[in-house]
Design a protein around this ligand. Sequence first.
Ligand code: C2E
Ligand code: MG
Ligand code: MG
Length: 687
Amino acid sequence: MNIKKFLQNADVLFKSKIQKKFVPLKITMIYLMVGFLWVLLSDQILYLVIPDAHIRTILSTFKGWIYVIVNSLIVYFLIKEIVRESEFWFKKLNGSYEELEKTYEELSDTEEELRVQYEELQKNEEILRESEERYKLALDGSNDVIWEWNMNTDKLLFSDKWTNITGYNLDEYTSLNSIIEDLVEEDKYDLISNIENLKNNKSLFFKSKFRIKSKYEGYKWLYIRGKVLKGSQGKAIKVAGSITDVTETKKIQDEISYRAYHDHLTGLPNRTLLMNKLINALANRKSEKNKGAIIFIDLDDFKKTNDTLGHNYGDELLKEVSELLKKSIGEKNIIGRIGGDEFLILIPNMKDSSYAESLGKKIISIFKNPFQIEEKQIYTSASIGITVFPDDGEDINTLLKNADTAMYKSKENGKNKYCFFDINMSNDIFRKSLIEKNLRFALKNKEFYIYYQPQIDLTSGKIRSLEALLRWNNSELGVVSPGEFIPIAEETGMIFEIGKWVIMEVCAQNKKWKDKGYDYETIAINISSIQLQNENFQSVVKNAIEETGINPEFIEFEITESSLMDCFDDNIRLLNHFKSMGMKIALDDFGTGYSSLNYLTLLPINTLKIDKSFIDRITMSSRDKEITDGIIKLAHNINLEVISEGVEIEEQLNLLKNMSCDIVQGYYFSKPVSTDSMEKFLLKENK
Ligand code: C2E
Ligand code: MG
Ligand code: MG
């Protein structure tokens, strides 16, 4: 109900009811006035109206009372009527008031409702305005193009950003077909097939990355997204969405993925890419007859180049080498760098292994000439391992391991070589790694012990000295010969700690035996080049001598020729130092290495040990006999004593006696024996 209606109602009520109901009041007033006139004029009226004088007298006498009685009755009825009317009006008014109050309440509610609605409307308007602002801001800030394409008319609409990104005005291209025809090249078919899917209702959403020719500078990579709008019959009629310029992102992504698959120094494929190619090559082999190969190349002594000339030269050398390799391998093969100085060539397809062999030879030949790096000429070579698939294996791990094994074989065989993998090689490698693994715990587990072999003086026939020989008994491998584990200990550098233990152990035993008064000159300890070159070696020796209290004159060091050659001057200085302390030095395995008789005079040695390989042959080859004889004479000329190693038979002994060899060592007299057995020997000799 509204206010106007309420007022109208109130007016009608007043006019019709209130005015009408006050009629008795007016009548009462008139009646009272007539009554008054009656009192004033009653006698005259009675005289006129009533002829009977007697009745007139009675009426006149009681006219006051009649008037009062009649009036009282009238007043009574009037009051009653008024009370009744008042009650009626009071009720009426009360009802109207309540109605009025209700109407008022209703009105207040309506007003409140209106206010809330109005506030809500205002709020919504504000939200809408903010959202519009935000949308505009997002559009301006996002750099995205908003697009809409009508599928029926091929009409295409873009927002302003289209021009910023592509350089084309908004009215230059207004149809999707013309854009695809004129501006999209490589990604055309992808894009068309995505659009076809939309048209055929196969998908509701549209996403595609493609290049378009920009108006000014090359190509732009665009990422287009859209959603289909369907008509009343459920048919796609429009697509709308956004277009983002992803040229920069794509560039960065390409760069990242290039880096992920290429070596940063040489630009060659890296290990990951090569492995992918290898997986493909293995999967794509058409038949058992198709073969392929992996050629593993490791530069020889690359570390030396790096250490002596510096890393810049090393890097340049790697670049030069990779360039040459790239040129030499043929188009169908793939080369990559898989580690510092390691390259790998994948031959995905070949007729037979002769192809891989010819490539191996070719690679060896490219290292014949020096590499010119700035003003320096650097010579280097490569060791190569070749493995053929499927013959040697059909999975990448096996093939890589095989190629690596074959490469190591080339190194072992003297470097600058290629070697095909064969199954025996992998057994060697497995054993080697097992030895290395166990060797690491051998000292801690107290698995080492020393055997002693006597050296017999050929003049007296008695023990002249002893040689200490290391033994290793491992729980997994059993007794491993030093010929097998010492090279591994040297390669891994473990020999330094092991050798330290040997020196301490032998010096202590030597001291005990000397204290007991056994009659021998020295105990010889074998020292490898790795030990000699360690800067702490001198203090290790000094420490062992001091701790055990052994006289240095009772110690002899056996050094091989090759270990002396590594750092010749330093080694000579060190040996001279030991010699000055009273120790003796023997040149071990003479005849197997450089065997240059010329420099023997330069070495601070006391004894020359002729290698067993000579002694083995002196009974069979007169030439070996002559050489051995010559060595002994020459050694005597320069005041060196000669020990012949590996004397096993009497015939050898006799020949050596005739050659005036000073000392012999070999199974003929005794194999290397335990400390206890050796002590028994010494005891016997002493008697
Ligand atoms: P080496 O110093 O030339 O030791 C002589 C080797 O010839 C010893 O082999 C010895 O057992 C063996 N031998 C001696 N007489 C005969 C014989 O009549 N017939 C045969 N067939 N062999 C004989 P072993 O003990 O196996 O040691 C091999 C090599 O291991 C040693 O050659 C030495 O170079 C190295 N080596 C042994 N102990 C140590 C050590 O404590 N430290 C270092 N650095 N090298 C050690
Ligand atoms: Mg020796
Ligand atoms: Mg020897």
